[in-house]
Design a protein around this ligand. Structure first.
Ligand code: SAM
Length: 315
């Protein structure tokens, strides 16, 4: 199975997304049998809100097909990084697609980029970055938690990403990144509690000039420390942003138009006021909350930094 490509027909060991509705999606490994608690092989039957699905019935079906559950139906979709982020097994907090898009934009990732990530966590961002930098780029990802690094590495292999992703168990605050990527990285991304401790190592890993760095931190105190160290280590163009989604709802509204005008339409009340109905676009009063601050900067090393530009009015 591969996230890195496309095929039509579902086969044994593929990963598929069972889509019931936007709130009910599951990532499934297509295996006809599984081991029960006693270690015996039993038929693989998945239970959903809308009844059971025998996994063996998926063999030979086309991706995108409708399949019957015992009390309803669902669709079997080809896995994408966005669907994987919504369905993956959580081993840690993860980064979601709106932040992921912004992070990849701020890191200026493109096919061929070499990017370093720490920590790997549940691999949510890693999947998206791998598909952005393929076919010639590479993601080097590190986590100091042995089981997490191992599990993530297994997933990258199962998903056909081992040629694009290298995952290692390493404490990057203590030891930095591996020597084989010194001076080769186009971008570094940090999602761990003390990003400021890793920035000096990032300067060694990044290409001598123009490399990008991005950190994701929930607290503003982390951002303050990060920005100070970024400045001290030869980074410029520092910017911190937060990605907040604000939905707009389309609603029917009624307003009373006071009878102030001489050409007021007929049918108003005794003051000439009339009720007017219209369709309005209203911002959601409770937008989704804070996730994290995304701080980005460009590495220029020891190069002379440009003079700050003066306003023309000052000259
Ligand atoms: C919030 S999770 C990362 C989630 C990931 N960005 C995702 O989208 O799935 C943070 C990870 O950083 C790892 N970590 C924390 N400190 C570290 C360090 N010094 N070196 C390497 N990994 C570290 C933790 O083990 C944890 O798995």
């Amino acid at each position: 199975m591969s996230f890195n490509g496309y095929k039509d027909i579902i086969e044994e060991d593929d990963t598929v997304i069972l889509y019931i509705n936007p709130q009910n999606m599951y990532a499934i490994r297509v295996q006809s049998t599984i081991e029960n608690r006693k270690g015996e092989k039993v038929e693989n039957v998945m239970q959903t809100k809308y009844g059971a699905l025998k996994i063996s019935t998926l063999f030979g079906k086309r991706f995108g097909s409708k399949v019957n559950l015992s009390h309803g139906w669902a669709y079997v979709l080809y896995p994408t990084p966005e669907l994987w982020t919504q369905t993956l097994p959580h081993r840690t907090q993860i980064i979601y697609t709106p932040d992921i898009s912004l992070i990849m934009f701020m890191l200026e990732l493109k096919p061929g980029s070499i990017v370093i990530e720490s920590g790997t966590g549940s691999g949510s961002l890693t999947h998206a970055m791998a598909l952005r930098v393929k076919p010639f780029g590479h993601v080097y990802t590190y986590d100091f938690h042995e089981q997490r690094a191992e599990q993530a590495q297994k997933e990258f292999k199962t998903h056909g990403l081992s040629d694009i992703v290298t995952c290692q168990c390493r404490d990057v605050c203590e030891n930095g990144f591996c020597d084989n990527i010194t001076g080769k990285a186009d971008a570094v991304f940090l999602d761990l509690p003390h990003p400021h401790l890793v920035i000096p190592f990032a300067t060694k890993a990044l290409k001598s000039s123009g490399g990008r760095i991005c950190t994701f931190s929930p607290c503003i105190e982390q951002v303050m420390r990060t920005c100070q160290v970024l400045k001290d280590c030869g980074f410029i163009h520092l910017k911190t942003i937060e990605c907040l989604e604000k939905e707009h709802q389309v609603l029917n509204r009624t307003v009373i138009v006071p009878g102030l005008l001489s050409n007021q339409p007929a049918g108003g009340d005794q003051n000439g006021s009339v009720e007017k109905k219209f369709v309005a676009c209203v911002p959601d009063p409770s937008p989704r909350g804070h996730t994290g601050y995304i701080t980005s900067a460009t590495y220029v090393g020891d190069q002379p930094q440009p003079e700050p530009q003066q306003d023309q009015d000052d000259s």
